[in-house]
Design a protein around this ligand. Structure first.
Ligand code: PXL
Length: 271
């Protein structure tokens, strides 16, 4: 089982590859990486960060991989630094996904109703093209609204209708972080119905939660769990990480305290 994670290296702030690698390794999955950018920190709440776009390096990396005949059972893409990188992910999926391999796209573009710095309407349109090729997409509420052209935020009713709207792009949309009253839920499609899986909502913004969810979801799928089992395992893991971070992480920009929750997550994954 071989997974390729396409994401940035934010040197500080525990998101993207610095959460995906430890989580997938802990799941017993071999994880290769295609770095999209290198940043001194992520862009959420930090200013004056260093940003190196790796777009120009990717074709040479892919060329080398072709020469050694690599293929991947799962390709999971996250933060993409440019529209050109979306084309490169499309090419990577075309050339390197094994027969029956799965493409999982976290359409990282924004949060809190707004696009992250450096993202545009043209990027959203191009991200729709990538989502059309994906087996699973994992948008948060902001990204779901941009992708399906819906008003932000989503309540229970509009989240239910977001699922069929997103299914026009991808058969398995999984919308994270739908907040209603004191619950935070994941919405997804199962056997023709819209289903939800909820936890108690802990107020505040927890940076990197989407990446921890996506990584645990991929790790669970790669261990043979169904989509629904993987959603539940990943959502329970993130909820435990958030409960711990609420107490232990004073500055939420530094990401989730996920490390000590890996062992209980693995006990459930293998239990
Ligand atoms: O966690 C999403 C993410 C990933 N990578 C970078 C980011 C963000 C969100 O802000 O800035 C560089």
């Amino acid at each position: 089982m071989r997974v390729l994670a396409i994401n940035d290296i934010s040197c500080v702030g525990k998101c993207s590859l610095t959460v995906t690698l430890p989580i997938l390794s802990a799941c017993g999955i071999e994880c290769d990486v295609l770095p999209t950018a290198m940043l001194s920190t992520h862009t959420g709440g930090f200013t004056d960060y260093f940003f190196r776009d790796c777009t120009e390096d990717i074709p040479q990396i892919l060329q080398h991989w072709k020469s050694i005949g690599l293929t991947f059972d799962f390709i999971y893409s996250g933060y993409l630094g440019s529209i050109k990188q979306i084309d490169l992910v499309l090419q990577t999926a075309k050339h390197f996904l094994s027969e029956n391999g799965k493409l999982i796209v976290d359409p990282v573009m924004g949060d809190g109703g707004k696009l992250y710095k450096g993202f545009s309407a043209a990027f959203v349109e191009k991200m729709r093209e990538l989502c059309r090729k994906a087996d699973y997409i994992l948008p948060n509420v902001t990204e779901a609204c941009y992708l399906a052209d819906l008003p932000y935020p989503l309540d229970d009713e509009s989240a239910k209708s977001a699922i069929p709207a997103l299914q026009k792009l991808c058969p398995h949309p999984i919308v994270t972080g739908v907040t209603t009253k004191n619950r935070v839920s994941v919405y997804y499609a199962e056997a023709g119905n819209v289903c939800t899986y909820a936890h108690e909502n802990i107020k505040g913004f927890f940076h990197g939660a989407g990446d921890v969810f996506a990584s645990a979801f991929v790790g669970s799928l790669a261990n043979g769990k169904t989509e629904e089992e993987s959603i539940r395992l990943a959502a329970d893991f993130v909820a435990a990480c958030i409960r711990r971070s609420e107490k232990e992480v004073p500055d939420k920009r530094f990401g989730l305290a996920f490390e000590k929750e890996i062992f209980p997550f693995l006990q459930k994954l293998h239990g």
